[in-house]
Design a protein around this ligand. Sequence first.
Ligand SMILES: [Zn+2]
Length: 234
Amino acid sequence: MENRLKSLLTTSEKLVKLKTEVEEAFGVPALFYINPTLSHLGGYDHIRAQPTFVFHPDHINESNIAHEMIHALQKKSGFPIIIKDLVNDKRFTVIQELNSNLLHINLVEQMSNRGIDVKPYISSTITKLQNFIHNKSDVKKMRSIGIPRTHYDAIVLLRLKYEAVYIPESRKRKTYRLYKSRYPEAYDLFTELVNIIDTYNMHAPETTKEAFKKCLQLLQKEADYSMYIKLLND
Ligand SMILES: [Zn+2]
């Protein structure tokens, strides 16, 4: 597995180019690790000064490696990246998901400009999202024990809209309609978020930050989430 990572980093022209860009931007060599206990596909550690990436051994592919390296470039150019473990409750999941989804609008464009397929890194998430709307018993059970998922559902739908560039609009509309009928509050919130996002240039760091703030302002209307704005202003 380790060999596969090494070989991709030296044989894929697109990854070689990206790695050079990352190392030039940070002025130090990039570090790459494999971790079989990772709960997600991969990650970029934005806390460390040296660009550091970790991947699950089952998800070593051009798409996923490029995805994480583009996040490093985004951080260096000033896109908003929230601090890890800022709050220790459900709000953090929502903020993190929103941040990730907003960054991915630019990320998906960068990947297509570089001729890198987005599907391998995002398709499992999108499939989960599409299945989640179907009233399966495990989903019902999960929903009944958790806090209301309105915010999370609304934000997750952004992935389908902006990241799933390989899915035809007609198929996306089917999922939207299901959300609209089953979780109308989440669907309405999704629409409001889209209205905000579409008025900003999501390919520039400053305007992405503005959009992020506006989205958080919308979410903080609910008492539970009053800390959103406070966090961002800190
Ligand atoms: Zn990402």
